[in-house]
Design a binder for this molecule. Structure first.
Ligand code: CS2
Length: 496
Protein backbone atom coordinates (compact mmCIF):
# COMPACT_ATOMS: atom_id res chain seq x y z
CA UNK A 1 0.00 0.00 0.00
CA UNK A 2 1.35 3.42 -0.89
CA UNK A 3 1.99 6.07 1.75
CA UNK A 4 -1.22 7.93 0.88
CA UNK A 5 -3.42 4.88 1.61
CA UNK A 6 -6.94 4.11 0.54
CA UNK A 7 -9.47 6.55 -0.86
CA UNK A 8 -12.05 7.70 1.67
CA UNK A 9 -13.36 10.97 3.15
CA UNK A 10 -10.19 11.37 5.25
CA UNK A 11 -7.98 11.24 2.18
CA UNK A 12 -9.90 13.83 0.15
CA UNK A 13 -7.81 16.80 1.28
CA UNK A 14 -4.53 14.97 0.70
CA UNK A 15 -4.89 13.83 -2.89
CA UNK A 16 -2.53 15.06 -5.62
CA UNK A 17 -3.80 18.40 -6.94
CA UNK A 18 -4.32 16.97 -10.43
CA UNK A 19 -7.11 14.75 -9.02
CA UNK A 20 -10.30 16.81 -8.84
CA UNK A 21 -12.63 16.29 -5.89
CA UNK A 22 -16.31 17.04 -5.15
CA UNK A 23 -16.95 20.78 -5.34
CA UNK A 24 -19.83 20.74 -2.86
CA UNK A 25 -20.56 19.86 0.75
CA UNK A 26 -21.11 16.11 0.75
CA UNK A 27 -22.20 16.13 4.38
CA UNK A 28 -25.26 18.19 3.43
CA UNK A 29 -26.53 15.67 0.85
CA UNK A 30 -29.77 13.81 1.52
CA UNK A 31 -30.79 10.65 -0.33
CA UNK A 32 -33.12 11.56 -3.21
CA UNK A 33 -32.18 9.10 -5.97
CA UNK A 34 -31.77 5.35 -5.70
CA UNK A 35 -29.83 3.42 -8.29
CA UNK A 36 -30.05 -0.35 -8.77
CA UNK A 37 -26.95 -2.00 -10.25
CA UNK A 38 -23.87 -0.05 -9.19
CA UNK A 39 -21.39 -1.33 -11.77
CA UNK A 40 -18.70 0.43 -13.78
CA UNK A 41 -21.25 1.94 -16.16
CA UNK A 42 -23.31 3.61 -13.44
CA UNK A 43 -20.22 5.01 -11.74
CA UNK A 44 -19.04 6.39 -15.07
CA UNK A 45 -22.40 7.75 -16.16
CA UNK A 46 -25.45 8.61 -14.01
CA UNK A 47 -23.35 9.08 -10.85
CA UNK A 48 -20.97 11.40 -12.70
CA UNK A 49 -23.81 13.48 -14.17
CA UNK A 50 -25.27 13.73 -10.65
CA UNK A 51 -21.87 14.80 -9.31
CA UNK A 52 -21.77 17.51 -12.01
CA UNK A 53 -25.25 18.62 -11.04
CA UNK A 54 -24.40 18.83 -7.35
CA UNK A 55 -21.41 21.01 -8.16
CA UNK A 56 -23.48 23.29 -10.39
CA UNK A 57 -26.85 23.57 -8.79
CA UNK A 58 -26.58 22.20 -5.31
CA UNK A 59 -29.67 20.35 -4.21
CA UNK A 60 -30.27 17.41 -1.96
CA UNK A 61 -29.94 14.76 -4.65
CA UNK A 62 -27.61 12.25 -3.03
CA UNK A 63 -27.56 8.78 -4.54
CA UNK A 64 -28.19 5.53 -2.70
CA UNK A 65 -26.49 2.73 -4.61
CA UNK A 66 -28.15 -0.67 -4.35
CA UNK A 67 -26.83 -4.00 -5.57
CA UNK A 68 -29.23 -6.93 -5.75
CA UNK A 69 -26.64 -9.14 -7.50
CA UNK A 70 -22.92 -9.63 -6.78
CA UNK A 71 -20.50 -8.04 -6.11
CA UNK A 72 -20.91 -6.75 -2.58
CA UNK A 73 -20.64 -2.97 -2.43
CA UNK A 74 -19.75 -2.85 1.27
CA UNK A 75 -16.22 -4.08 0.56
CA UNK A 76 -15.38 -1.48 -2.05
CA UNK A 77 -17.49 1.68 -2.22
CA UNK A 78 -18.84 1.12 1.28
CA UNK A 79 -15.35 1.07 2.83
CA UNK A 80 -14.56 4.28 0.95
CA UNK A 81 -17.58 6.23 2.20
CA UNK A 82 -19.14 6.01 -1.30
CA UNK A 83 -16.17 7.79 -2.91
CA UNK A 84 -14.45 6.48 -6.02
CA UNK A 85 -12.21 7.73 -8.78
CA UNK A 86 -13.43 8.10 -12.33
CA UNK A 87 -10.55 7.93 -14.79
CA UNK A 88 -11.03 9.20 -18.31
CA UNK A 89 -8.62 7.40 -20.60
CA UNK A 90 -8.29 8.40 -24.19
CA UNK A 91 -5.24 6.74 -25.73
CA UNK A 92 -2.34 8.44 -23.81
CA UNK A 93 -4.50 10.92 -21.87
CA UNK A 94 -5.48 10.17 -18.25
CA UNK A 95 -7.78 12.42 -16.22
CA UNK A 96 -8.71 11.59 -12.63
CA UNK A 97 -11.66 12.85 -10.66
CA UNK A 98 -13.18 11.68 -7.39
CA UNK A 99 -16.96 11.43 -7.59
CA UNK A 100 -18.94 12.11 -4.40
CA UNK A 101 -22.59 11.74 -5.38
CA UNK A 102 -23.08 8.27 -3.86
CA UNK A 103 -23.92 8.86 -0.20
CA UNK A 104 -24.76 5.34 0.84
CA UNK A 105 -24.51 1.80 -0.49
CA UNK A 106 -26.91 -1.03 0.21
CA UNK A 107 -26.21 -4.71 -0.40
CA UNK A 108 -29.42 -6.61 -1.00
CA UNK A 109 -28.14 -9.80 -2.60
CA UNK A 110 -29.27 -12.17 0.16
CA UNK A 111 -32.67 -10.68 0.79
CA UNK A 112 -34.82 -8.03 -0.88
CA UNK A 113 -35.56 -6.28 2.42
CA UNK A 114 -32.69 -3.71 2.41
CA UNK A 115 -33.47 -2.70 -1.20
CA UNK A 116 -37.20 -2.48 -0.52
CA UNK A 117 -36.63 -0.25 2.47
CA UNK A 118 -34.79 2.28 0.31
CA UNK A 119 -37.04 2.03 -2.76
CA UNK A 120 -40.21 2.52 -0.72
CA UNK A 121 -38.97 5.40 1.39
CA UNK A 122 -40.69 8.78 0.84
CA UNK A 123 -37.47 10.73 0.24
CA UNK A 124 -36.64 8.67 -2.87
CA UNK A 125 -38.37 10.26 -5.86
CA UNK A 126 -36.18 8.95 -8.67
CA UNK A 127 -35.03 5.37 -9.18
CA UNK A 128 -32.52 4.77 -11.96
CA UNK A 129 -31.31 1.32 -12.91
CA UNK A 130 -28.68 -0.54 -14.88
CA UNK A 131 -29.65 -4.14 -14.33
CA UNK A 132 -28.52 -5.51 -17.74
CA UNK A 133 -30.84 -6.56 -20.53
CA UNK A 134 -31.83 -9.83 -18.91
CA UNK A 135 -32.77 -8.09 -15.65
CA UNK A 136 -36.13 -7.08 -17.14
CA UNK A 137 -37.23 -10.75 -17.48
CA UNK A 138 -38.87 -9.88 -20.77
CA UNK A 139 -39.08 -11.95 -23.93
CA UNK A 140 -36.50 -10.28 -26.20
CA UNK A 141 -38.45 -10.76 -29.43
CA UNK A 142 -41.66 -9.07 -28.20
CA UNK A 143 -40.92 -7.25 -24.93
CA UNK A 144 -43.60 -9.01 -22.83
CA UNK A 145 -42.92 -10.18 -19.28
CA UNK A 146 -41.72 -13.80 -19.41
CA UNK A 147 -44.23 -15.43 -17.09
CA UNK A 148 -42.31 -18.70 -17.34
CA UNK A 149 -39.08 -17.12 -16.03
CA UNK A 150 -38.16 -18.97 -12.81
CA UNK A 151 -37.66 -15.71 -10.85
CA UNK A 152 -41.04 -14.36 -11.99
CA UNK A 153 -42.75 -17.64 -11.08
CA UNK A 154 -41.06 -17.38 -7.67
CA UNK A 155 -41.99 -13.74 -7.16
CA UNK A 156 -45.64 -14.18 -8.08
CA UNK A 157 -45.82 -16.93 -5.44
CA UNK A 158 -43.73 -14.94 -2.89
CA UNK A 159 -44.38 -11.28 -3.66
CA UNK A 160 -43.00 -10.08 -0.35
CA UNK A 161 -39.58 -11.63 -0.94
CA UNK A 162 -38.90 -10.90 -4.62
CA UNK A 163 -35.80 -11.98 -6.53
CA UNK A 164 -36.44 -10.36 -9.91
CA UNK A 165 -36.27 -6.68 -10.81
CA UNK A 166 -39.96 -6.50 -11.88
CA UNK A 167 -41.00 -8.29 -8.67
CA UNK A 168 -38.83 -6.02 -6.55
CA UNK A 169 -40.13 -2.83 -8.14
CA UNK A 170 -43.76 -3.97 -7.94
CA UNK A 171 -43.32 -4.74 -4.25
CA UNK A 172 -41.63 -1.38 -3.59
CA UNK A 173 -44.51 0.40 -5.34
CA UNK A 174 -47.03 -1.59 -3.33
CA UNK A 175 -45.29 -0.48 -0.13
CA UNK A 176 -45.33 3.14 -1.34
CA UNK A 177 -49.04 2.88 -2.19
CA UNK A 178 -49.82 1.44 1.26
CA UNK A 179 -47.79 4.03 3.21
CA UNK A 180 -47.02 7.60 2.05
CA UNK A 181 -48.33 7.29 -1.55
CA UNK A 182 -45.68 9.60 -3.02
CA UNK A 183 -45.08 9.49 -6.80
CA UNK A 184 -41.83 8.19 -8.24
CA UNK A 185 -40.03 7.95 -11.58
CA UNK A 186 -38.46 4.63 -12.54
CA UNK A 187 -35.80 5.38 -15.14
CA UNK A 188 -34.28 2.46 -17.05
CA UNK A 189 -30.71 3.07 -18.21
CA UNK A 190 -30.21 -0.24 -19.99
CA UNK A 191 -29.71 -0.82 -23.70
CA UNK A 192 -33.06 -2.38 -24.45
CA UNK A 193 -35.39 -0.90 -27.05
CA UNK A 194 -38.03 1.47 -25.66
CA UNK A 195 -36.57 0.68 -22.25
CA UNK A 196 -39.13 2.77 -20.33
CA UNK A 197 -42.03 1.17 -22.15
CA UNK A 198 -40.69 -2.33 -21.49
CA UNK A 199 -39.99 -1.54 -17.85
CA UNK A 200 -43.49 -0.08 -17.43
CA UNK A 201 -45.01 -3.10 -19.11
CA UNK A 202 -43.20 -5.78 -17.08
CA UNK A 203 -43.92 -3.97 -13.81
CA UNK A 204 -47.59 -3.40 -14.72
CA UNK A 205 -48.10 -7.00 -15.85
CA UNK A 206 -46.70 -8.14 -12.53
CA UNK A 207 -48.86 -5.63 -10.64
CA UNK A 208 -52.01 -6.72 -12.45
CA UNK A 209 -51.41 -10.25 -11.27
CA UNK A 210 -50.92 -8.97 -7.73
CA UNK A 211 -54.25 -7.14 -7.85
CA UNK A 212 -55.35 -4.94 -4.93
CA UNK A 213 -55.51 -1.79 -7.07
CA UNK A 214 -51.73 -1.67 -7.55
CA UNK A 215 -51.84 -1.39 -11.35
CA UNK A 216 -54.22 1.60 -11.16
CA UNK A 217 -52.06 3.26 -8.51
CA UNK A 218 -49.02 2.81 -10.74
CA UNK A 219 -50.83 4.37 -13.70
CA UNK A 220 -51.61 7.46 -11.62
CA UNK A 221 -48.34 7.83 -9.69
CA UNK A 222 -45.39 6.29 -11.50
CA UNK A 223 -43.58 7.39 -14.67
CA UNK A 224 -41.39 5.13 -16.79
CA UNK A 225 -39.49 7.41 -19.19
CA UNK A 226 -37.29 5.85 -21.84
CA UNK A 227 -33.66 6.90 -22.09
CA UNK A 228 -30.62 6.50 -24.26
CA UNK A 229 -27.39 6.20 -22.28
CA UNK A 230 -23.89 6.10 -23.66
CA UNK A 231 -20.32 5.85 -22.45
CA UNK A 232 -17.89 3.00 -22.89
CA UNK A 233 -16.85 1.88 -19.41
CA UNK A 234 -15.66 -1.74 -19.19
CA UNK A 235 -15.66 -3.76 -15.98
CA UNK A 236 -12.85 -2.58 -13.68
CA UNK A 237 -9.79 -4.86 -13.51
CA UNK A 238 -6.97 -5.30 -10.96
CA UNK A 239 -4.73 -3.64 -13.56
CA UNK A 240 -6.90 -0.48 -13.41
CA UNK A 241 -6.58 -0.40 -9.61
CA UNK A 242 -2.78 -0.78 -9.89
CA UNK A 243 -2.55 1.85 -12.64
CA UNK A 244 -4.34 4.37 -10.45
CA UNK A 245 -2.07 3.63 -7.51
CA UNK A 246 1.09 3.77 -9.63
CA UNK A 247 0.13 7.06 -11.19
CA UNK A 248 -1.64 8.95 -8.38
CA UNK A 249 -0.31 7.25 -5.24
CA UNK A 250 -3.49 5.95 -3.60
CA UNK A 251 -5.56 2.80 -3.62
CA UNK A 252 -9.18 2.76 -4.82
CA UNK A 253 -10.90 -0.58 -5.28
CA UNK A 254 -13.97 1.09 -6.84
CA UNK A 255 -12.09 3.03 -9.54
CA UNK A 256 -13.70 3.06 -12.97
CA UNK A 257 -12.22 3.76 -16.37
CA UNK A 258 -14.18 5.32 -19.21
CA UNK A 259 -13.78 7.18 -22.46
CA UNK A 260 -14.31 10.94 -22.72
CA UNK A 261 -17.52 10.71 -24.80
CA UNK A 262 -20.76 10.53 -22.87
CA UNK A 263 -24.41 11.06 -23.73
CA UNK A 264 -27.75 10.81 -21.94
CA UNK A 265 -31.07 11.51 -23.66
CA UNK A 266 -34.09 11.17 -21.39
CA UNK A 267 -37.76 11.18 -22.26
CA UNK A 268 -39.44 14.17 -20.67
CA UNK A 269 -41.99 12.19 -18.67
CA UNK A 270 -41.59 12.26 -14.93
CA UNK A 271 -43.55 11.75 -11.72
CA UNK A 272 -42.46 13.75 -8.69
CA UNK A 273 -39.36 15.93 -8.64
CA UNK A 274 -36.59 15.50 -11.16
CA UNK A 275 -32.84 16.08 -10.83
CA UNK A 276 -31.98 18.72 -13.45
CA UNK A 277 -29.48 16.56 -15.30
CA UNK A 278 -30.33 18.68 -18.35
CA UNK A 279 -28.27 21.48 -16.75
CA UNK A 280 -25.13 19.34 -17.02
CA UNK A 281 -25.22 17.83 -20.48
CA UNK A 282 -28.18 15.44 -20.48
CA UNK A 283 -31.00 16.20 -22.92
CA UNK A 284 -34.69 15.95 -22.09
CA UNK A 285 -36.75 15.18 -25.22
CA UNK A 286 -40.31 14.21 -26.10
CA UNK A 287 -39.27 11.12 -28.06
CA UNK A 288 -36.12 9.12 -27.43
CA UNK A 289 -36.74 6.61 -30.25
CA UNK A 290 -34.49 8.15 -32.93
CA UNK A 291 -31.62 8.54 -30.43
CA UNK A 292 -32.08 5.04 -29.12
CA UNK A 293 -32.07 3.46 -32.60
CA UNK A 294 -29.01 5.48 -33.51
CA UNK A 295 -27.00 4.38 -30.50
CA UNK A 296 -28.06 0.76 -30.30
CA UNK A 297 -27.78 0.07 -34.02
CA UNK A 298 -24.55 1.99 -34.66
CA UNK A 299 -22.32 2.03 -31.57
CA UNK A 300 -23.69 -1.10 -29.88
CA UNK A 301 -24.19 -2.86 -33.23
CA UNK A 302 -20.53 -2.26 -34.05
CA UNK A 303 -19.38 -3.44 -30.60
CA UNK A 304 -21.43 -6.62 -30.83
CA UNK A 305 -20.16 -7.30 -34.36
CA UNK A 306 -16.54 -6.74 -33.35
CA UNK A 307 -17.00 -8.88 -30.24
CA UNK A 308 -18.18 -12.04 -32.03
CA UNK A 309 -16.03 -11.68 -35.13
CA UNK A 310 -13.19 -10.54 -32.86
CA UNK A 311 -13.30 -13.62 -30.62
CA UNK A 312 -13.64 -15.90 -33.64
CA UNK A 313 -10.63 -14.16 -35.23
CA UNK A 314 -8.51 -14.29 -32.05
CA UNK A 315 -8.69 -10.64 -30.92
CA UNK A 316 -9.05 -9.87 -27.22
CA UNK A 317 -10.37 -6.30 -27.05
CA UNK A 318 -12.58 -4.08 -29.21
CA UNK A 319 -9.60 -1.91 -30.09
CA UNK A 320 -7.58 -4.98 -31.18
CA UNK A 321 -10.41 -6.00 -33.50
CA UNK A 322 -10.64 -2.43 -34.86
CA UNK A 323 -6.89 -2.47 -35.55
CA UNK A 324 -7.46 -5.38 -37.93
CA UNK A 325 -8.04 -3.93 -41.42
CA UNK A 326 -10.49 -6.66 -42.44
CA UNK A 327 -12.73 -6.27 -39.39
CA UNK A 328 -12.51 -2.48 -39.48
CA UNK A 329 -13.51 -2.47 -43.15
CA UNK A 330 -16.30 -4.93 -42.54
CA UNK A 331 -17.85 -3.01 -39.68
CA UNK A 332 -17.59 0.36 -41.46
CA UNK A 333 -19.26 -1.07 -44.57
CA UNK A 334 -21.99 -2.76 -42.53
CA UNK A 335 -22.84 0.46 -40.67
CA UNK A 336 -22.65 2.72 -43.69
CA UNK A 337 -24.31 0.56 -46.33
CA UNK A 338 -26.88 -1.36 -44.29
CA UNK A 339 -27.44 0.11 -40.82
CA UNK A 340 -27.40 3.84 -41.57
CA UNK A 341 -30.26 3.77 -44.11
CA UNK A 342 -32.52 2.21 -41.43
CA UNK A 343 -32.14 5.20 -39.09
CA UNK A 344 -34.67 7.97 -38.69
CA UNK A 345 -33.42 11.55 -38.84
CA UNK A 346 -32.03 12.53 -35.45
CA UNK A 347 -32.31 16.20 -34.40
CA UNK A 348 -28.90 17.85 -34.58
CA UNK A 349 -27.02 14.75 -35.72
CA UNK A 350 -25.30 14.00 -39.04
CA UNK A 351 -25.67 10.24 -39.39
CA UNK A 352 -22.45 9.61 -41.39
CA UNK A 353 -20.50 11.74 -38.89
CA UNK A 354 -22.01 9.76 -36.02
CA UNK A 355 -20.88 6.50 -37.65
CA UNK A 356 -17.33 7.83 -38.00
CA UNK A 357 -17.29 9.16 -34.45
CA UNK A 358 -18.51 5.79 -33.13
CA UNK A 359 -15.85 3.88 -35.06
CA UNK A 360 -13.18 6.28 -33.79
CA UNK A 361 -14.33 5.67 -30.20
CA UNK A 362 -13.81 1.94 -30.71
CA UNK A 363 -10.15 2.43 -31.64
CA UNK A 364 -9.29 3.90 -28.21
CA UNK A 365 -6.46 1.61 -27.04
CA UNK A 366 -6.61 2.78 -23.42
CA UNK A 367 -10.10 1.30 -23.01
CA UNK A 368 -9.52 -2.42 -22.53
CA UNK A 369 -13.02 -3.60 -23.39
CA UNK A 370 -12.88 -7.38 -23.69
CA UNK A 371 -14.74 -8.93 -26.58
CA UNK A 372 -15.92 -11.70 -24.27
CA UNK A 373 -17.50 -9.08 -21.96
CA UNK A 374 -19.48 -7.52 -24.81
CA UNK A 375 -20.34 -10.99 -26.16
CA UNK A 376 -22.08 -11.84 -22.87
CA UNK A 377 -25.89 -12.21 -23.10
CA UNK A 378 -25.99 -11.79 -26.87
CA UNK A 379 -29.45 -13.38 -26.95
CA UNK A 380 -30.67 -10.29 -25.10
CA UNK A 381 -28.78 -7.82 -27.30
CA UNK A 382 -29.03 -8.91 -30.93
CA UNK A 383 -32.69 -7.98 -31.40
CA UNK A 384 -32.16 -4.25 -30.88
CA UNK A 385 -28.62 -4.12 -32.28
CA UNK A 386 -28.94 -6.32 -35.38
CA UNK A 387 -32.31 -7.97 -35.93
CA UNK A 388 -34.41 -4.79 -35.88
CA UNK A 389 -32.37 -3.11 -38.65
CA UNK A 390 -32.45 -6.41 -40.57
CA UNK A 391 -36.25 -6.54 -40.24
CA UNK A 392 -36.53 -2.93 -41.48
CA UNK A 393 -34.38 -3.70 -44.52
CA UNK A 394 -36.22 -6.89 -45.39
CA UNK A 395 -39.50 -4.98 -45.31
CA UNK A 396 -38.11 -2.77 -48.09
CA UNK A 397 -36.58 -5.67 -50.02
CA UNK A 398 -33.02 -4.48 -49.29
CA UNK A 399 -29.89 -6.59 -48.91
CA UNK A 400 -28.90 -7.88 -45.47
CA UNK A 401 -25.70 -9.61 -46.56
CA UNK A 402 -23.54 -7.71 -44.07
CA UNK A 403 -25.87 -7.43 -41.05
CA UNK A 404 -26.48 -11.20 -41.17
CA UNK A 405 -22.79 -11.92 -40.55
CA UNK A 406 -22.70 -10.85 -36.87
CA UNK A 407 -25.99 -12.68 -36.26
CA UNK A 408 -24.22 -15.82 -37.50
CA UNK A 409 -21.27 -14.67 -35.38
CA UNK A 410 -23.37 -14.79 -32.24
CA UNK A 411 -24.52 -18.30 -33.15
CA UNK A 412 -20.98 -19.48 -33.96
CA UNK A 413 -19.69 -18.00 -30.69
CA UNK A 414 -22.18 -20.02 -28.63
CA UNK A 415 -21.90 -23.17 -30.75
CA UNK A 416 -18.12 -23.22 -30.49
CA UNK A 417 -18.52 -23.18 -26.70
CA UNK A 418 -20.42 -26.50 -26.82
CA UNK A 419 -18.84 -29.91 -26.20
CA UNK A 420 -19.39 -30.99 -29.77
CA UNK A 421 -17.28 -28.12 -31.08
CA UNK A 422 -14.52 -28.48 -28.48
CA UNK A 423 -15.61 -25.94 -25.84
CA UNK A 424 -13.47 -23.22 -27.34
CA UNK A 425 -14.31 -20.76 -24.51
CA UNK A 426 -16.69 -20.27 -21.59
CA UNK A 427 -19.77 -18.23 -22.35
CA UNK A 428 -22.46 -16.50 -20.36
CA UNK A 429 -25.87 -16.19 -22.02
CA UNK A 430 -29.32 -17.29 -20.83
CA UNK A 431 -29.62 -19.27 -24.09
CA UNK A 432 -26.18 -20.94 -23.87
CA UNK A 433 -27.54 -24.31 -22.74
CA UNK A 434 -30.21 -24.34 -25.37
CA UNK A 435 -27.66 -23.54 -28.07
CA UNK A 436 -25.30 -26.26 -26.79
CA UNK A 437 -28.18 -28.75 -26.87
CA UNK A 438 -28.95 -27.73 -30.46
CA UNK A 439 -25.28 -28.13 -31.42
CA UNK A 440 -25.21 -31.63 -29.87
CA UNK A 441 -28.47 -32.69 -31.45
CA UNK A 442 -28.06 -31.24 -34.92
CA UNK A 443 -24.36 -31.75 -35.53
CA UNK A 444 -22.25 -29.76 -37.93
CA UNK A 445 -24.57 -29.07 -40.87
CA UNK A 446 -24.74 -25.26 -40.92
CA UNK A 447 -28.10 -24.99 -42.62
CA UNK A 448 -29.73 -27.40 -40.16
CA UNK A 449 -28.04 -25.57 -37.27
CA UNK A 450 -29.25 -22.18 -38.49
CA UNK A 451 -32.79 -23.51 -38.96
CA UNK A 452 -32.87 -24.96 -35.45
CA UNK A 453 -31.59 -21.73 -33.88
CA UNK A 454 -33.87 -19.47 -35.91
CA UNK A 455 -36.80 -21.47 -34.50
CA UNK A 456 -36.13 -19.99 -31.02
CA UNK A 457 -39.06 -17.59 -31.11
CA UNK A 458 -38.13 -15.77 -27.89
CA UNK A 459 -35.24 -14.27 -29.89
CA UNK A 460 -36.31 -14.53 -33.52
CA UNK A 461 -39.72 -13.17 -34.30
CA UNK A 462 -41.43 -15.88 -36.42
CA UNK A 463 -42.04 -13.50 -39.34
CA UNK A 464 -38.32 -12.65 -39.46
CA UNK A 465 -37.31 -16.29 -39.13
CA UNK A 466 -39.58 -17.11 -42.06
CA UNK A 467 -37.61 -14.92 -44.46
CA UNK A 468 -35.78 -17.09 -47.01
CA UNK A 469 -33.19 -14.39 -47.57
CA UNK A 470 -32.43 -14.14 -43.86
CA UNK A 471 -32.25 -17.92 -43.43
CA UNK A 472 -29.92 -18.31 -46.40
CA UNK A 473 -27.60 -15.48 -45.30
CA UNK A 474 -27.38 -16.74 -41.74
CA UNK A 475 -26.70 -20.33 -42.83
CA UNK A 476 -23.92 -19.18 -45.17
CA UNK A 477 -22.47 -17.00 -42.41
CA UNK A 478 -22.54 -19.83 -39.94
CA UNK A 479 -20.81 -22.12 -42.41
CA UNK A 480 -18.03 -19.59 -42.96
CA UNK A 481 -17.60 -18.63 -39.32
CA UNK A 482 -17.56 -22.20 -38.02
CA UNK A 483 -14.85 -23.12 -40.54
CA UNK A 484 -11.15 -23.28 -39.62
CA UNK A 485 -10.59 -19.80 -41.02
CA UNK A 486 -13.46 -17.50 -40.03
CA UNK A 487 -11.52 -14.42 -41.06
CA UNK A 488 -11.27 -15.73 -44.61
CA UNK A 489 -15.05 -15.69 -44.69
CA UNK A 490 -15.18 -12.07 -43.47
CA UNK A 491 -12.57 -11.14 -46.10
CA UNK A 492 -14.66 -12.85 -48.74
CA UNK A 493 -17.84 -10.97 -47.72
CA UNK A 494 -15.89 -7.69 -47.75
CA UNK A 495 -14.59 -8.38 -51.25
CA UNK A 496 -18.09 -8.79 -52.69
C1 CS2 B 1 -21.56 -2.96 -24.53
C2 CS2 B 1 -22.15 -1.77 -23.79
O1 CS2 B 1 -21.26 -4.80 -23.10
C3 CS2 B 1 -22.00 -4.27 -23.93
O2 CS2 B 1 -23.06 -4.76 -24.29
O3 CS2 B 1 -21.95 -2.93 -25.86
O4 CS2 B 1 -21.94 -1.88 -22.42
C4 CS2 B 1 -21.59 -0.43 -24.29
O5 CS2 B 1 -20.23 -0.30 -24.00
C5 CS2 B 1 -22.35 0.76 -23.78
O6 CS2 B 1 -23.71 0.61 -24.14
C6 CS2 B 1 -21.79 2.06 -24.32
O7 CS2 B 1 -22.63 3.10 -23.99
Amino acid sequence: MSAAGRLGPALLGRLPTEVSTPAYDRAALKPGIAHIGVGAFHRCHQAEYTDDLLAKDFDRWGLVGINIRPPLLAETLGRQGGLYTRLIRQNDEVEARVVGSIVRVVDSQESAAPALEVLSSPEIEMVTMTVTEKGYCHIPSNGALDLGHPDIVHDLANPQAPRSVPGMLARALELRMASHGRPVTLLSCDNIPANGTILGSVVRTFAERRGGGLADWIDANVAFPSAMVDRIAPATTEADIDTLEGRFGYRDSAVVVGERFRQWVIENRFAGRVPRWDLVGATFVDDVTPFEHLKMRVLNGAQTTLSYLGVLGGFEHTSDAMADPVLATFVRRMLTEETLPTLMPVPGVSLPAYVEQSLARLTNTAIRHRNHQIATDGSQKIVQRLLNPIRDRLAKGESIALLSVPVAGWMAYLIKASARFGRAWRVSDPFAEKMAAIADRVGSDSKALADAILAIDAIFDPSLAASDMFRANVAAGLDGLLSDDPMAFVRHVCAE
